[in-house]
Design a protein around this ligand. Structure first.
Ligand code: NAD
Length: 392
């Protein structure tokens, strides 16, 4: 394959990819790691990394330099002549203002909460690809950043549950008596939930799980956990859950409450794309729980699966610890950055044409689905609907 080159200039000029330092508080991840830099530079890209961009994830500048990247002291030097910008968190309006027209930005865009920056990208003719819009098809698995990061989130949630639980998780037979294993209940058995189940199982807990999609049952059982059956199958479009009817919600509530009341640790991951998270644990259910029980509400950022969750906070109610963590994948930044960078490497392969130039043909179904903003237009229908009247 010839080297990726800037389509608007000579074929000998390598495409410059810029990797900024993430500025959101608590964000320890970086969009690129030295291992992938080495591969991309070998394929002909020039990679520029902002000074200390990898510090929080334990990838020092020296490792990036050794892998072939150039280190830019600040945003100006980083972005000068950059064709592609790789990010973890969505750009702010101020970030967009530093980009030249035609720059391609790839990363999570969190469109619903970031409309002003999206309007600015539209007006400044920036091209933005949103990784959360990459379709869940087999061909796109290697670029599925939603999955790689959710998986890490599920792992961290299980560890966090164990750390905050006043009990051992495994069964122990000791001279000081026999310890019964703790019960861990996982609500929502998607990517994060399945990883939380696997992790809690490895720690020796008795694990139960529930999901409105009946198809999840087989996956739960294959991990050695018990699947709570309800006479509802709410599998909706694209394998995602649909919203339940009021009668279905009532039935679900009863079954979930009984299981929650028995659990030592409850990890909730239930989400419906683009909507507020469903409430699965009411105030009354929390009051029925055992003192010392722990809820890790992974849906905290989208409203919470527990009625009492406060995003970013840990509270104790009726003796129950309710944790509303934010950005769990950033707590294992070394590996989440590595996986994210690999996702981006795969995604980049779609953006280079047979001459090694950045393509202007975005007709590949993965590019079509993830293209959020291009050539002065918002291309994603739901975001466009939300944007009427939003000015940059
Ligand atoms: N490449 C692929 O083929 C691929 C990759 C990743 C995920 N997927 C599929 O995509 C789908 C979504 O996965 P995700 O982890 O992103 O999901 P998600 O983060 O949107 O939701 C998490 C889980 O919560 C469940 N949920 C929603 N409402 C609920 C309720 N009221 N009660 C209980 N559970 C509820 C969902 O069914 C889902 O399993 C799944 O079917 C998954 O298998 C496919």
């Amino acid at each position: 394959m010839s080297s990726p080159a800037n389509a608007t200039s000579s074929q000998t000029v390598p495409v410059v990819i810029a990797v900024p330092r993430e500025l959101i508080p608590g964000e320890q991840r970086v969009a690129m790691v030295p291992e992938i830099v080495q591969k991309l530079t070998k394929s002909g890209y020039e990679i520029r990394v902002e000074h200390d961009a990898g510090k929080g994830a334990f990838y020092p500048d020296e490792l990036f330099i050794a892998a072939g990247a150039k280190i830019a002291p600040g945003p100006a030097g980083l972005l000068e002549g950059a064709r592609i910008v790789l990010r973890v968190q969505p750009p702010t309006v101020a970030d967009v203002d530093q980009l030249a027209e035609g720059t391609i930005v790839i990363g999570f865009m969190n469109a619903t909460n970031n409309l002003a920056a999206i309007a600015r990208m539209r007006d400044r003719k920036i091209t933005a690809f949103a990784l959360e819009l990459v379709p869940r098809i087999t061909r796109a698995q290697s670029m599925d950043a939603l999955s790689s990061q959710a998986m890490a989130g599920g792992y961290v949630a299980a560890i966090m549950g164990a750390e905050n639980c006043p009990k051992f998780l495994p069964m122990l037979t000791t001279a000081a008596g026999t310890i019964r294993p703790a019960t861990v209940l996982i609500l929502g058995a998607g990517v994060a939930g399945l990883m939380a189940i696997a992790t809690a199982k490895r720690l020796g807990a008795l694990v139960e799980a529930y999901d409105v999609r009946r198809a999840a049952g087989e996956q739960v059982r294959s991990l050695g956990a018990k699947f709570l059956e309800l006479e509802i199958n709410a599998e909706g479009q694209g394998g995602y859950a649909r919203e339940l009817t009021p009668e279905e919600k009532e039935k679900e509530q009863q079954m979930v409450s009984a299981a929650v009341a028995k659990a030592d640790i409850v990890i909730t991951t239930a989400a419906i794309p683009g909507r507020k998270a469903p409430v699965l644990i009411t105030r009354e259910t929390v009051a029925m729980m055992k003192p010392g029980a722990v809820i890790i509400d992974m849906a905290a950022e989208s409203g919470g699966n527990c009625e009492m969750t406060q995003a970013g906070k840990t509270i104790r109610e009726h003796g129950v610890l309710i944790i509303g963590p934010q950005n769990l994948p950033a707590r294992v930044p070394f590996h989440t950055s590595q996986m994210y960078a690999k996702n981006l490497q795969s995604f980049l392969s779609l953006l280079v044409d047979k001459n090694g130039a950045v393509t202007s043909d975005f007709s590949d179904e993965i590019l079509v689905a993830s293209l959020l903003v291009h050539a002065g237009e918002v291309r994603h229908k739901q975001t466009l609907d939300l944007m009427s009247g939003v000015r940059s």
